[in-house]
Design a binder for this molecule. Sequence first.
Ligand code: S6P
Ligand code: ZN
Length: 189
Amino acid sequence: MTHLEIVKSPVDLGLTKFSLLGAPVQFQQRFLEDICTIFRDQEAVKVIPPQTTVYEVQSWFPVSEGTSGGLFFGTSTIMPGKVGTEYFMTKGHFHAQSDRAEFYWGVQGKGVLILMDRNRKTWGEEIYPGSLHYIGSNIAHRLANTGNENLVVGACWPSDAGHDYDEIAVNGFSARLFEIEGEPVLIAE
Ligand code: S6P
Ligand code: ZN
């Protein structure tokens, strides 16, 4: 009888801490000073310490960037907070290979996934633990935390998707998520 190898995967979901664990996991942190231009109220930006963490991303890239047929996996953690009345959020992007799709799913906290197509039609999907989101091709995506605790969202996307941040940096989304009378409201620009 030949005994074949059974090994442990190098990355663990870290279900108890909502944090990917394992040597290959890469960590990225976005401070307010790095991304402040994405928020509408630039006066409100000035009253928040620039080194405030807005979000963190942990990623596992089992193959190199650009490989066709592979997958990447990540966990995004958006901190609770607002700039004025606009919720803390990610930069948002289209994929550079714009026909590449992605799955997101809610793990902890609550928020809104803001989606926009190439015709600049924007809509939102509620995120909660267990929510599942299919982000189709040519759909820009951005996460916003609307709760009082961390918003943790899992993601899986093709290793040749890449990121196009420029389109959003220049033109933004066509709507923004503000807190109005205690509730998140998506308002067209
Ligand atoms: C990658 C995937 C996520 C985001 C992360 C941060 O395709 O959509 O891992 O990279 O949520 O957002 P952003 O817009 O700063 O890359
Ligand atoms: Zn993406």
